[in-house]
Design a protein around this ligand. Sequence first.
Ligand code: GDP
Length: 447
Amino acid sequence: MVLAELGGKISAALQKMNNVTVIDQKALQECINEINRALLQSDVSFKLVQSLATNIKKTVDPSDLAAGHNKRKIMQQAVFNELCGLLDPGKPSYTLKKGKQCVVMFVGLQGSGKTTTCTKYAHYHRKKGFKPSLVCADTFRAGAFDQLKQNATKANIPFYGSYTETDPVVIAQLGVEKFKKEGSDLIIVDTSGRHKQEASLFEEMRQVSEVTKPDLIIFVMDSSIGQAAFDQAQAFKQSVPVGAVIITKMDGHAKGGGALSAVAATKSPVIYLGTGEHMDEFEPFDVKPFVSRLLGMGDWSGFMDKIHDVVPMDQQPELLQKLSEGSFTLRIMYEQFQNILKMGPLNQVFSMIPGFSAELMPKGREKESQARIKKFMVMMDSMTNAELDSTNPKLFSEPSRINRIARGSGHRVQDVQEMIDEYKRLSKVWSKMKGLKIPKKGDMSAL
Ligand code: GDP
């Protein structure tokens, strides 16, 4: 996951603070230096790193970090606030309203994922009850119209474009007029990819914006963009009034810090993240939960949203109820494993829980992880109902019980032990769900 490495390094720097006996200016400076290094290595722009460090020093008083205080927590809070500040321009993006016609124009560098993201955005809003439509005003890239057409057809979304008209401004205008007449309430205009140096393309983008009068301009940015990100994003912002950002390819292995810098440059909120090539790999973005995840602080609200998306509807109320009670049984683990195997790696969901995905389903080792999960399930098939429904982990300290499960399932005692250990670990993680507010049955849309 993009930025995971950055998060890990910052967390490690913070962790060190707790191991130091005397916290003075020097120790504080060392911790800040380490955080700076991590940010720079992840391609966050130098200017931002400097201001972040200065602000942390201003807000953290070393005397607060004396014995008795949780030093890591205090520093973590300061870093958390700074990173949130970096990503939060302090003003919300334009809010779409169902039934109120609006035009959203997409801009960004070529290859950033603009065309893909237009369809994802349309598909996402259609699920929410909008009537979206797509206009392809990219005449620069050969095949752009075909790509949009293909995506739109697959998603069953009306589209407009032309093989013969070469002026994108004309296409944009005609497309927007057509869909306005047809009553679409979300008209999405895809424009040509740009590069900072291409002045003529920038001019074209300005003209498209002039004729379509978008209510919102979204800047699409590939998360792997490096140090150049800040300047690129600023160039877009200077040409047209960018109102929001979508960061794509968050599923990749890029360093991701450039994206953070670019967001700061546009002073616009990030509204969605692209997390894969598929239509549904698209999620709303919220600064605080995102930074929490980055720093390994967990993100329960995002987790609830996600679980809503991936756990079969008819199982949700019961599962959520059980989780809110904090009772994580082997049976729940079994059901969750079934879901994992059914839907492929649930990294998106589990990455939101600190310590979860990395161990249960590490990236790149999905096949082995699935085999391990299947093995666990075979062992659980040899357990009694009382064992599966028990919330008492002590039950499994009895060697005779472990031996019986091993024999019954044809596995070794140490395999059963490994499964029980996994259960205990997950149980600890899930116990944090206790007390979560659960929507009433039939009211799942409120999640
Ligand atoms: P455009 O030139 O900006 O319109 O970019 P495209 O929409 O054609 O996307 C370029 C490539 O990036 C395509 O191969 C897409 O499938 C891929 N892509 C777009 N978004 C994502 C994403 O969130 N994750 C991944 N892994 N690939 C993406």
